[in-house]
Design a protein around this ligand. Structure first.
Ligand SMILES: [Zn+2]
Length: 390
C-alpha cells in the first residue's frame, strides 16, 4: 500500500504530563495563593491599561510596549511584582495579547476581561524560575518546595511548567514536553480506513456498522448535580456550610469531566490502533448546542476531535475532516442518488433508485469515508474488519 508510506511522516510533537500536588502545610498553601494573587494583580493591571488606552487612542497596546511598561512599573512602583518570575510575567502579557488578537480576528466574542483573584487559576513558567528534582518542583525565588504525585515518568525535554489551582482548591502541575522522533512510539500500520458519523443516538457509527456509545456521564449524574445545587442554594451566603456545599458540587463536576475525558482518550487510542486513516465530518457545534443544548455538551464532541487529532499525529496516523455541507445522510452510498428530505426521526430508509435498504448512520458513515478518501486520492480502499469496543 503506497499511500501508507506517504503519510508516515514523523514530526516533533509536544505532550503534557499532569500531576497532582500533594496537600501541603498551611504555610505553603498561603504562600502559593499569595503568588497567584500577585500574578492576577499584574494581569488585571494590564487589562485596565489596555482598556484605558483603547478609550483614548482606539487601538490596543502592542506586546513589547506592554512588557517594557511592566518592567518600569516593577522597578518604580510595585516592588512586590519582582516576586513573580520575569518569564511568567511575559507569559501573562502574551496571554492578553493573544486574547486581543483572537478578538480582532473575530474568533472571540469579547476581548480579555478582568478576573477576580479567586477566579485567577494558573501561572506558567517557561525555561527559568524552577527546579525539578525527582517528584519535587521548587519555585526558586520563593524557595517553595512542591511535592507532586508522579504517577508516570516524564519523557522528553520540559518546555513549560504550569501551576494550576482548580475549582475544588487542589493544585496541579503540568509539564509540557517536547518529544523527539526517536521517543515517539509508533503504532503498527493496519492498512484499514474507516469513516465515522457523529450522532445523538450513538456517539459514533463506523462505516463497518459498529456503534460506539457515549457513557453520557452528565446525564447519569444529573440527579446528583440537582441535589447538590439545591443544597447549595439553601445555605446562607458567606457561611462555612455554603463553602462546603460549593466544594462538593465542584468536586462532582470535576469527576464528571474526568470520566468523560478518560472515555475520549481510551476511544481515541483504540481507533488509532485499529485504523490508519479516520474520516470524520466537521460539525457546526454552536448551532447544534442551540438546538439540543445539554446533550451536545455532554457528548463534548469538539474535545474528542482535539484528542483524536493529537493521538493521530503522535502515532503517525491520518485524520481527515470533511466539509460540513456534504449531504452525507441524504445520499445513497450505493448509487449516489440524493433524496430531498431526510427528517431526523427516520432511522432506516430504502433508496428509491436502487432499492437498497439503509441504516441512516451507517450510510452516512460510508459516505463520509467515500468523500474523505476521495480527497486523499485513494481509489482502492480496503474494507476494514469489524471492530469491537471493549
Ligand atoms: Zn441507491
Amino acid at each position: 500500500m503506497n499511500y501508507i508510506c506517504a503519510i508516515q511522516i514523523m514530526i516533533v510533537i509536544t505532550v503534557c504530563y499532569k500531576y497532582k500536588v500533594y496537600h501541603q502545610n498551611r504555610n505553603h498553601e498561603v504562600r502559593l495563593s499569595e503568588y497567584l494573587r500577585t500574578a492576577s494583580w499584574i494581569y488585571n493591571h494590564c487589562i485596565a491599561l489596555q482598556k484605558r488606552y483603547y478609550k483614548l487612542y482606539k487601538k490596543h497596546i502592542g506586546l513589547y510596549k506592554l512588557q517594557a511598561h511592566i518592567v518600569t512599573m516593577k522597578k518604580r512602583c510595585y516592588p512586590k511584582w519582582s516576586e513573580i518570575n520575569s518569564q511568567s510575567i511575559q507569559q501573562i502579557t502574551e496571554r492578553i495579547h493573544e486574547g486581543y488578537k483572537r478578538f480582532f480576528n473575530h474568533d472571540a466574542k469579547h476581548p480579555p476581561t478582568f478576573k477576580s483573584w479567586s477566579k485567577y487559576k494558573s501561572v506558567t513558567f517557561k525555561s527559568t524560575g524552577y527546579t525539578i528534582n525527582g517528584n519535587v518542583l521548587t519555585i526558586n525565588k520563593q524557595k517553595l518546595r512542591l511535592k507532586f504525585h508522579q504517577s508516570r515518568p516524564i519523557t522528553g525535554k520540559v518546555q513549560t511548567v504550569c501551576l494550576k489551582r482548580d475549582s475544588v482548591g487542589d493544585w496541579w502541575v503540568t509539564f509540557t514536553c517536547r518529544i523527539d522522533e526517536q521517543q515517539i512510539k509508533v503504532k503498527t500500520m493496519t492498512g484499514k480506513t474507516a469513516g465515522f458519523d457523529f450522532g445523538l443516538k450513538h456517539f459514533l457509527t463506523s462505516s463497518d456498522g459498529v456503534y460506539i456509545e457515549s457513557p453520557l456521564v452528565l446525564f447519569h449524574s444529573l440527579e446528583g448535580v440537582r441535589k447538590k445545587s439545591r443544597n447549595l442554594s439553601r445555605k446562607q451566603k458567606g457561611s462555612n456550610s455554603r463553602k462546603k456545599a460549593r466544594l462538593e458540587i465542584a468536586r462532582l463536576h470535576r469527576n464528571i469531566s474526568n470520566r468523560r475525558t478518560d472515555f475520549h482518550w481510551q476511544l481515541a487510542n483504540h481507533l488509532v490502533s485499529q485504523y490508519d486513516i479516520i474520516c470524520l465530518e466537521t460539525l457546526n457545534l454552536n448551532e447544534m448546542k442551540k438546538r439540543w443544548g445539554r446533550k451536545i455538551s455532554d457528548l463534548s464532541f469538539s474535545e474528542f476531535i482535539k484528542i483524536l487529532s493529537h493521538t493521530c499525529t503522535k502515532y503517525g496516523k491520518k485524520l481527515v475532516m470533511i466539509n460540513q455541507w456534504e449531504a452525507t445522510s441524504k445520499t445513497c452510498y450505493c448509487c449516489g442518488t440524493k433524496v430531498d428530505e431526510m427528517p431526523l426521526n427516520v432511522r432506516k430508509w430504502v433508496c428509491p433508485a436502487c432499492e437498497t435498504s439503509h441504516d441512516r448512520d451507517v450510510n452516512a458513515a460510508k459516505n463520509i469515508l467515500r468523500v474523505g478518501t476521495s480527497t486523499l486520492g485513494i481509489d482502492d480502499v480496503r474494507p476494514a474488519k469489524q471492530a469491537i469496543i471493549a
